[in-house]
Design a protein around this ligand. Structure first.
Ligand code: NDP
Length: 324
C-alpha cells in the first residue's frame, strides 16, 4: 500500500485527500518509480477544479522524479535503481510511487538532483517546444512572455535569452520585477499598474512583437492581441486566470492578419526520441549553468493543498515540489 493524494470531487484545495491504495505491480512496458520529488504544475489545479475534466475518483499530478524500484515485462530502457523523471503522467504522480510507461520517463543525468529534475522537466519541455518549435525564436527578435517569474517563465526567459531574443516579461507584482530582471528580461511590465499593449508598443517603437506567449488566458487576451505586430503569432498555452473567451476569427484580421495557436505539450512529445531530445537539451543547459534553477520550494506530500493555495494565489516564483 502507498500513500497518495486523490480527489473524489472537483473544487478548492480542500478536495485533495491523502489516502492509501495498492497500485499493484508494473504491467508490461511499465516501471514502478519510487518518488523522491513530485512536480507541481498549474495543470494540476485545472484538474482539481474541473476546468480540465478527469473521470472521478482520481489521483492527481503528472510529474515526478525518483528511483526505478521494479520493472515490468518487456522493459529494456531502465533497470531497478536507475534515477528517472517523467512529466506526462499517467495521472497520479502525487503519491509515494507510481507505475509509469518506461518510454515516458527519462534518465536523470549525474549532477541533477531529484528535486531539480521534478521542478524542470514538464516546464522545461514546454519552454523548449514553445521557443524552438511553435515559433522558433530568432536572435534580435523581441518577444512577449507572460508570467515571466513563474515555473515555465523562469526557464523560458533564460532560454529565450540564450537564443538571442530580447524579452519583455510580465509579472503580477512589484516583488517579482527583480526576479524577472535577474532571469534576463530586458523589460518587465506589471499589468496591475501598466497598460501591457501600450508599453509593448513603446518598447518596440510602435511595431509590436512577432510572437507573444500567453499562459494567463482570460485576463490578458485582448492586451496580448494588441501587442502583436502584423502577421504576429499569438501562442495561447494556458488559462491561469480562466479560459480565453470564444472570439470571432475576424478579430485576427482586424488586429493585423494575426495567427493564433493553442498548443499543448502532449502533442509535441509523442515518442521516446522526442522526449529524450528535448530533455537532453534541457538538462545540458542546466548542467552548463546556461539555465540556472534555484532549489524549488518544497511541501510535504500530505500538504499538497497548501502548495495549490500558494500557486493559485500568485505567491510563488519558480517551481514547487511535493516530497513524499
Ligand atoms: P506558474 O508558476 O507560472 O504559475 C502561474 C502564474 O500565472 C502565477 O504565478 C501568476 O504569475 C500568473 N497569473 C496571472 N493571473 C493569474 C490568476 N488569475 N491566477 C493565478 N495565476 C495567475 O505555473 P506553471 O509554471 O505551472 O504554468 C504556467 C502556465 O503555463 C500555466 O497557465 C499552465 O497551464 C501553462 N502550461 C501549459 C502547457 C502547455 O503545453 N500548454 C504546459 C505547461 C504549462 P504573476 O503573479 O507573476 O502574474
Amino acid at each position: 500500500m502507498i500513500a497518495a493524494i486523490r480527489i473524489s470531487q472537483t473544487g478548492g484545495p480542500d478536495v485533495l485527500k491523502l489516502e492509501t491504495f495498492d497500485p499493484g505491480p508494473p504491467k508490461a512496458g511499465e516501471v514502478r518509480v519510487r518518488h523522491r520529488a513530485i512536480g507541481v504544475n498549474f495543470i494540476d489545479i485545472y484538474h482539481r477544479t474541473g476546468l480540465y475534466k478527469l473521470p472521478l475518483p482520481t489521483g492527481l499530478g503528472l510529474e515526478a522524479a525518483g528511483e526505478v524500484e521494479a520493472v515490468g515485462p518487456g522493459v529494456s530502457r531502465f533497470n531497478a535503481g536507475d534515477r528517472v523523471v517523467y512529466a506526462s503522467g499517467p495521472i497520479g504522480a502525487y503519491a509515494e510511487s507510481s507505475n509509469v510507461p518506461a518510454d515516458r520517463a527519462v534518465a536523470i543525468p549525474e549532477g541533477i538532483a531529484f528535486d531539480i529534475a521534478a521542478a524542470v522537466l514538464l516546464k522545461g519541455l514546454t519552454a523548449h517546444y514553445l521557443l524552438r518549435r511553435t515559433y522558433p525564436v530568432k536572435p534580435g527578435q523581441t518577444i512577449l512572455f507572460h508570467a515571466a517569474a513563474g515555473g515555465v517563465g523562469v526557464i523560458a526567459v533564460q532560454w529565450a535569452k540564450r537564443l538571442g531574443a530580447s524579452v519583455i516579461g510580465t509579472v503580477g507584482s512589484d516583488s517579482k520585477v527583480e526576479i524577472a530582471r535577474s532571469l534576463g528580461c530586458d523589460h518587465v511590465i506589471v499589468p496591475a499598474r501598466e497598460n501591457i499593449a501600450n508599453r509593448v508598443r513603446e518598447i518596440t517603437g510602435g511595431k509590436g512583437v512577432p510572437v507573444a506567449y500567453d499562459s494567463i488566458g482570460r485576463d490578458t487576451f485582448m492586451a496580448t492581441l494588441d501587442s502583436l505586430a502584423p502577421l504576429g503569432l499569438f501562442v495561447s498555452f494556458g488559462n491561469a486566470s480562466g479560459p480565453v473567451p470564444p472570439f470571432d476569427g475576424a478579430l485576427l484580421a482586424q488586429k493585423g492578419s494575426l495567427f493564433f495557436t493553442r498548443p499543448t505539450l502532449m502533442h509535441y512529445v509523442t515518442t521516446a526520441d522526442e522526449l529524450d531530445a528535448g530533455a537532453g537539451e534541457l538538462f545540458d543547459l542546466i548542467r552548463r549553468g546556461d539555465i540556472r534553477i534555484k532549489p524549488p520550494r518544497r511541501f510535504p506530500l500530505a500538504q499538497a493543498a497548501d502548495a495549490h493555495r500558494a500557486l493559485e494565489s500568485r505567491q510563488t516564483t519558480g517551481s514547487l515540489v511535493l516530497v513524499p
